[in-house]
Design a protein around this ligand. Structure first.
Ligand code: SAH
Length: 231
């Protein structure tokens, strides 16, 4: 009997320890990787502190979930580095009433960060298996304001436009015109543009009175924006 109590206690204590460890790892991530590099947006920092990044990485990479790097999520794709996720989120200046389009759901992590801040997130993933996984994961984590679609994001999500902001998390060779068309007047799009796997520029595109303003933000390295040949 005593032994049973000790075992139960150890299981409970271990579970508790795990939870506090992840919370502490997140706090360290926010302080050392995100605040330290200049991210200040309060809503972005709160979301990065809240979303359990370890639930978005493959089981065998659990211990690396809060590392300062992207991680493989299968099918040749990656979950972006925490700082890049925070930077992209801060750059669109997210507001509570925003409707955001994301291209490249991947693990669903960037969508979850956005969904902690904005009203709704529409996210498109071209790889069916990743779409399936992300949909299940986001549902299990109770993200009812994220809508996932399996399609080529080049065409955006016309039935739901216009969007206050568009976040593209795969590197395109040029900015897809349908995405510009689906951006609200006064809206912001952030997109890596350039040669896949080599160097790309992270661009901020702003639409105002039908005029497009483009700004280079920094050099980045994203997985390629692929095209669905059937469409
Ligand atoms: N935002 C993701 C990062 C995923 S990496 C995260 O937080 O985990 C980029 C993703 O874009 C990959 O999953 C890739 O399959 C997807 N992708 C590439 N080209 C695409 C396209 N044309 N339409 C939709 N998704 C695309």
């Amino acid at each position: 009997m005593n032994r049973l109590i000790i075992i139960l206690f150890l299981i409970f204590a271990f579970g508790f320890q795990e939870k506090t460890d992840y919370k502490a790892a997140r706090e360290k991530m926010v302080n050392n990787q995100i605040k330290a590099r200049g991210i200040q947006n309060r809503l972005t920092l709160a979301a990065m502190q809240t979303v359990p990044r370890h639930k978005f990485v493959p089981e065998k990479l659990l211990s690396s979930a809060y590392f300062d790097s992207p991680l493989p999520i299968g099918y040749g794709q990656t979950i972006s580095q925490p700082y890049i996720v925070a930077f992209m989120t801060e750059t669109i200046k997210p507001k509570k009433d925003f409707k955001v389009l994301e291209i490249g759901t991947g693990s669903g992590y960037q969508a979850a960060i956005l969904a902690n801040i904005v009203d709704s997130v529409f996210t498109i993933e071209i790889v069916e298996a990743l779409y399936d996984q992300a949909k299940i994961r986001l549902n299990e984590l109770n993200y009812h304001n994220i809508f996932v679609k399996n399609a080529d994001g080049y065409y955006g999500w016309e039935e739901k436009d216009p969007f206050d902001a568009i976040v593209v998390t795969a590197a395109a060779e040029f900015v897809p015109p349908p995405l510009i068309a689906q951006l609200k007047d006064g809206g912001k799009m952030i997109i890596p543009v350039g040669t896949p796997f080599i160097t790309q520029q992270l661009l901020l595109i702003e639409k105002k009175e039908q005029k497009i303003k483009t700004k280079n933000l920094m050099f980045v390295r994203f997985v390629p924006f692929t095209r669905n040949k059937d469409q």
